[in-house]
Structures are given as C-alpha cells and as structure tokens.
Design a protein around this ligand. Structure first.
Ligand code: DLL
Length: 430
C-alpha cells in the first residue's frame, strides 16, 4: 500500500514543476510577511525574479538556528497568531528553546506526511499504534498521533517513560505498531528479556524509530529483541517534526524517502555551504515549500547525510542516507572527525557486545582521548575480555583511523534511555 500514490509516485519532471510553483509562491509570501527574509535577501542582493526554480535555490542565503534564536519566540512567523493553531518547541542544549508554529493547513500537512511515513513503515488502517514518543512541546508524540489518526489507526498515547507500564500495554492492548526512540526500543527489549517474555507472541510487528541517530547495530538488536521490523523515521521541529522522511520496510538499509513535495532538500559542504552532488555526504538543508505559519528557506539542519534517487524504489521521492550525526556535535580528536555512530557501527562485528555504550572524551596532558565504554552480553573470562578489547581497538582504529581506549563492562552499567533521546557522549574536557 502507498498512502498517497498519486504524489508519492509522481514522475520527477512533474514533481519538479510542482516544487517550482510552490517555491515561487513561498518566496513571494515570505517577502510580504517576514521582515527577516526581506532584509536578508536585500542585504545579499537577491533579485527574487531570478529565483524561478529549485535549481536557483543556491542563490539564496541560509537560515540558521541562530536566526531563530535572534527572533525568539515568534519573529519568524509568517501568519498572525489568530491563524496559528499549535505551537511546539525543541529544548536545545543551550539557551532558549526553538519555537515553531502551525496553521490549520500546516497541521493537515503534518498529518499527511506522518500517515505516508507510517504506511511506508508497515502500518495499515485498522491497526493500533503504541505511541511512546513524548507528548508535549516535543513534536514526536502529537506528530505521530495526528498522522496515525489520519491513517485510520487507533492510537494508544502512552508517551515516553514508565517502562513497566509500557510492557503491560504492549502485551495486553496488542498494538501491531510501536514508535519510540531507538534507544528506548533497546530499553523495552531488554526489560522484556529480563522478565522472560517471549516477544514473538506479542502482536507488535513494526517499530518506527527516530529522533536520534542509530545504525544497523541497533536495528539488529531491536528487531531480534522485540520481533519487529524496525524502520527509520526522521524529522525536526523546525521543518515540521517527525515525518520529514521515512524508510520503507521492504527497503531497509537503502535510505529514507524525503516527502519532497513539501520539504525540498539540498546537501551542502559544511565548510563553505557550496551545494554538493547527489551521493556526497554533507549538511542537509531544507526549504519548506508549503508551510504557512513557520516556513523556512534553506534551513541549515546540521545533520550529516547524503541524498540520492533510488530507481528501484516504488516511490519516486528522493532518499536520504541514515544521519551520521550533527555537524555541531562532531568530535574532533587529534585531527580526526568522529561521530558516535561510527563507533556504534563497529559493534555489529562483535556478537559478544551489546549496543549499550558511551564515549567518554577527556583531556590527558594536552591530548584529547576517547574511551569507549561498552557492555558485553554475558559475563566473560578475563582472558576473553582482554582479547575482545584488543580486537575492538584494532577494528576501531582500522575503520575510523583513531586510537581509542576500550573498556568492556558488565551488563547494566551504562545509562539506558528512560523514554526519550539518549546522549552517547560524555565530554569531560575543560
Ligand atoms: O526529533 C522530531 C522527531 C520525532 C523525529 C520523532 C523522529 C521521530 P527535534 O527534537 O527538533 O525533532 O530534533 C531534531 O533530531 O535535527 C536530528 O539531529 C535528530 N533526528 C531526528 N530524527 C532522526 C533520525 C525530532 N531518524 C533532530 N536519525 C534532528 C538521526 C535524527 N537523527
């Protein structure tokens, strides 16, 4: 099943023409309603008449998180508050939250893209969704809720946390689909195992996981622990929330479709913002083609991935690779760039290890060091442990090009997700 077959399989030429028309509408709207864009384009000497298609987008300046902060809370809204129907915010690690708004039409688009995503993940009308994304200012809970309702599912709005209760609901309410962060799916799988529950007997068949970077290592663990097909859902509050892109359950590992009739993607060089060709990794940038209350032009997400078309896919929309990490959270250790997903990916090669890990960054003398703390499946003999550590250090050095210390720990020693996003990095540097 495809939720919106006409749009999701639209031939590229028609898709471009739709995008171009929407882009021109958007730019005119913004010029009339948002002083920030008027000023930014004037300063950059942009002649809007010369922006005719998405191919011209690179002539426009980027919108960055700092611009959102400078116009906190509502300075970039393009609709009067009387036409705003919902406000969300993302917490951010420093300073004020990022505030985003939705008109009625924006909420309908939000529902539409999440409904498309759920179908892509395996969900169907008549199924039940166990929604363990947080409800509240975070877009995960309400975003998935609206899309599932639109699709014709029964939503169980569990929200994050209270793990014991989640397990009871998964057992007794018999949802066929669940959604939460990948790190929380690991927690749920582990708890079921502790309790000796045979997860093959549960009704749940599909898990829609996102809101943080994850790799095939975590997919393997979640799929075997919960007996589900796990797919990736991506999104960010600034662009809409979950449902900016989604991986198809029959195309696992081959990237996620970006719903590009609404969100036009570009990938640019993180160093200078130059556009990069398809297939090359860089910073993902989005222009929201249809949003009314809080549209963004060339929004610099900081997320690192590549985009490409997949001619073997049933849907025509462009795909993005799994996010490697955020450019503003990339570690630079002794001149080597490091994302925690690169470390996570190596664990697949070691059956004895679990995907419960943490990277501890410290300064020793004037050198930065990374220690990889990772848990093993069961108690191992000291000799086996020492051998395993050596092997892991070798693989990390071989794959990433960086010498890291390794400490294999017993099960339960590394923090778990208690419902939401989990930070994998502890940076103790001054
Ligand atoms: O995390 C929206 C969301 C909710 C997406 C539920 C998927 C599921 P924010 O809190 O604004 O919004 O955080 C957005 O989270 O820029 C990425 O860095 C990261 N992120 C989101 N989804 C993924 C994913 C929601 N599938 C930020 N893979 C984004 C990797 C992700 N990173």
């Amino acid at each position: 099943m495809i939720y919106n077959s006409e749009i999701e399989t639209l031939k590229l030429e028609k898709l471009r023409s739709l995008q171009n028309q929407r882009l021109r509408d958007l730019l005119l709207r913004l010029q009339q309603t948002v002083p920030f864009y008027q000023k930014q384009w004037e300063q950059a000497g942009v002649d809007l008449a010369r922006i005719k298609s998405v191919e011209d987008l690179h002539k426009l300046p980027f919108t960055k998180k700092s611009h959102l902060r400078d116009h906190y809370p509502y300075g970039l809204f393009a609709k009067p508050m009387a036409e705003v129907r919902r406000i969300h915010a993302s917490s951010g690690t420093t300073g004020k939250p990022t505030v985003v708004g939705y008109s009625q039409n924006d909420l309908e688009i939000f529902d539409e893209v999440v409904a498309r995503s759920l179908v892509c993940a395996g969900a169907r009308p008549g199924m039940k969704l166990h929604n363990a994304y947080g409800y509240g200012l975070f877009t995960g809970g309400l975003g998935m809720h609206g899309g599932a309702t639109k699709l014709g599912m029964a939503v169980i709005p569990v929200s994050g946390g209270m793990t014991e209760r989640q397990l009871t609901i998964l057992q007794d309410f018999e949802p066929e689909v669940m959604c939460c962060t990948p790190s929380y799916a690991l927690t749920l799988g582990e708890k079921f195992k502790e309790l000796g529950v045979d997860t093959a007997s549960l009704a749940v068949k599909y898990a829609v996981l996102g809101a943080e970077p994850w790799t095939e290592t975590v997919r393997q663990e979640v799929e075997s622990a919960l007996h589900v097909d796990a797919t990736n859902i991506y999104g960010l509050s600034e662009i809409i929330g979950p449902g900016v892109s989604q991986e198809e359950v029959d195309e696992k590992g081959r990237g996620s479709h970006i719903w590009e009739d609404h969100f036009f993607p570009e990938v640019v060089d993180p160093r200078n913002g130059e556009p990069l060709p398809h297939g090359t990794e860089g910073v993902l940038v989005f222009t929201t083609l249809t949003k009314e209350a809080f549209p963004l032009v060339r929004y610099w997400t900081n997320d690192i991935c590549s985009i490409y078309y997949d001619p073997d896919s049933r849907r025509s929309h462009v795909k993005m690779s799994a996010i490697k990490g955020r450019s503003d959270e990339m570690l630079i250790i002794r001149g080597v760039n490091l994302f925690h997903t690169q470390v996570e990916a190596v664990f697949t090669e070691f059956q004895e290890l679990t995907p419960n890990y943490q990277l501890v960054v410290a300064r020793e003398g004037n050198m930065d060091q990374v220690k990889v703390l990772v848990e093993c499946q069961q108690d191992l003999q000291p000799r086996t442990l020492s051998y395993l550590s050596q092997q892991l250090m070798k693989r990390l050095k071989g794959n990433i090009g960086l010498s890291m210390k390794v400490e294999i720990q017993e099960s339960g020693s590394i923090p778990r997700s208690v419902g939401g996003k989990l930070s994998r990095i502890v940076d103790t540097r001054p």
